[in-house]
Design a binder for this molecule. Structure first.
Ligand SMILES: O=C(O)CC[C@@H](O)C(=O)O
Ligand SMILES: [Zn+2]
Length: 523
């Protein structure tokens, strides 16, 4: 069965084009140009493509020729080889409008065999490629940097099988996350991953970046949920590790190499993913708190008192809420507080779950940890509350330029980083805010300014990475390394580990054609 790209759960594109929807509809929209001009942030404008750096790095690959385009057209047909500059524009620019490439060709294969033929050809010709799903990445991993051929998974959206006994779906990598979740919901199952970009991101992109999202706390990471992967190596060889079994202990777990390697080791074509039962009852609390210490204590209590029904624990600071209210005109359900939390329960017994949540909340209120709050059980209210959290990224873009940091930190240091960065940056910025997946120790620290400023970037980086390394955090909790963070990877990986990563890359992609300039550092 084919599943089509759908709009985001949140539906209405309130801020220009910035709601992440399916790649096709987003890129057809002329609004993209508005966004681009609006942000006016291009780290790599076309003029830089002729720079010395370009000449050196670009040197190892061939330039695409008319003969190459003919080969692809013979394979896929005219309508699946896009070379119109205007149409390509959206695929060349990332969602944040900060990284742009200059690809002249985009290919839309439908099958693993077509991907294999394309890669075998590109490998022989030394043509660099950039695999692309929904292009919702936040670290510049899903767009070309120079003129790499873009291989889109947009037409690889077939669901192959739903095993209702074990609860496993096997599908092509271009299925849109939300559509896939709706598909398995017909069998009482759910995809154990949920994130703001669900309406446009592809499951293949989620797997390739090891996306975390809003319920990792409950369902764990994709390294655990993904049971099997089929991927195509640079040589065109198809690696079939597509077992849909929950237990498969036959030697090296090769699929793990494709999870989180951002398309640098192989292009993921199919996925088998474990689908837990869909919860029967869901409750969502939106709470106001006075101090970050109260946030930490409330999280600890929620884990202890809600136990197995706790499905999400998110934190938002006042500056983030203010941004959503101002830029998206979405109103928070309670008045202003320094901090907020979203606590979700998911279970199978409505009365039991509600009771448990109420007892927990009453105790939190009684102890003075929480000073205000509201509980939603109806889908429309929960949807409204979730949209406040999920659309912070979108709201921030409307400030002008966003400098994004996705950091893992030990919880005692969590909010101190936001406070320290505020002090460090002083009046040079519009906003420095923190929110994220507190239950996973994952802070989203975002800084905004009216326009992109190189001096400001230099003030933020590498200070922020040094700070993270000092407390043994990670410079990328869930967004990946992509293009933007690759030269900072040493803050979170030892030199021995980086050397081994390079050896693996050389083994699996000897010509380096797969998503070059991403993940691995320059030197
Ligand atoms: O905008 C960000 O920094 C985070 C985006 C996403 O991971 C989220 O949790 O909303
Ligand atoms: Zn996140």
């Amino acid at each position: 069965m084919m599943i089509a790209a759908r709009c985001t759960r949140l539906g209405i594109p309130i801020v220009k084009n910035l709601t992440r929807v399916s790649s096709t509809s987003m890129f057809k929209s002329t609004d993209l140009n508005q966004h681009y001009i609006h942000s006016s942030v291009t780290c790599f404008p076309k003029c830089e493509l002729t720079s010395k750096r370009y000449q050196i790095e670009r040197g190892q690959f061939s330039t695409i020729s008319e003969e190459d385009v003919n080969f692809f057209t013979n394979l896929l047909g005219h309508h699946r080889v896009i070379n119109d500059e205007t149409e390509l524009e959206g695929y060349n620019i990332d969602w944040l409008g900060m990284v742009r490439g200059a690809s002249s060709v985009l290919l839309k294969p439908k099958t693993t065999e077509e991907v294999s033929t394309i890669l075998a050809y590109c490998n022989k010709r030394k043509l660099a490629v950039c695999p692309q799903g929904g292009n919702t990445g936040l670290v510049g991993g899903s767009v070309p940097v120079f003129d790499e051929i873009i291989i889109s998974t947009a037409l690889m959206n077939k669901v192959e099988n739903v095993d209702t006994w074990l609860g496993v779906v096997t599908c092509q990598s271009g299925c849109v996350l939300e559509a896939l979740d709706e598909h398995v919901s017909e069998y009482g199952l759910m995809i154990p991953l949920d994130l703001g970009a669900k309406g446009s991101c592809h499951i293949g992109g989620n797997v390739s970046t090891n996306a975390g999202g809003l319920r990792l706390l409950r369902y764990g990471s994709l390294h655990g949920s993904v049971l099997g992967v089929e991927a195509v190596l640079a040589s065109g060889e198809i690696v079939d590790c597509l077992s849909a079994m929950k237990k498969d202990n036959t030697g090296y777990d090769l699929k793990q190499l494709f999870i989180g390697s951002e398309g640098t080791l192989g292009l993921v074509t199919k996925i088998a993913i474990n689908c837990p039962p869909r919860p029967q009852s869901v409750n969502l609390a939106f709470l106001g708190l006075e101090t970050f210490d109260d946030v930490l204590k409330t999280y600890k209590d929620a884990k202890k008192k809600l136990g197995e029904i706790l499905s999400s624990c998110e934190f938002i600071d006042q500056s983030s809420i203010e941004c959503v209210e101002k830029n998206l005109k979405l109103k928070a359900p309670i008045g202003a507080h320094p901090f907020y939390m979203l606590i979700e329960t998911s279970g199978s017994n409505g009365i039991h779950d509600e009771e448990k949540l109420n007892v927990f909340l009453e105790e939190a209120l009684g102890a003075g940890l929480v000073t205000d709050g509201t509980v939603a059980t109806e889908p429309s209210r929960m949807h409204h509350i979730w949209s406040i959290r999920e659309r912070i990224a979108e709201a921030l873009i409307n400030d002008g330029c966003t400098y994004k940091y996705d950091i893992s930190l030990p919880l005692p240091h969590f909010y101190k980083m936001v406070e320290d960065m505020r002090e460090h940056l002083g009046s040079n910025i519009l906003r420095c805010c923190g929110y994220g997946h507190i239950g996973d120790g994952n802070l989203h620290l975002n800084i905004t300014s009216k326009e992109f400023e190189k001096d400001l970037l230099n003030l933020i980086e590498p200070t922020i990475f040094e700070w993270t390394a000092k407390v043994n955090g990670s410079i990328s909790a869930e967004h990946g390394v992509g293009f933007k963070k690759r030269n900072y990877i040493h803050y979170s990986k030892s030199s021995g580990a980086i050397a081994l990563m390079k050896q693996l890359k050389a083994l699996m992609d000897p010509n380096g054609i797969l998503n070059p300039y991403k993940v691995l550092p320059d030197n």
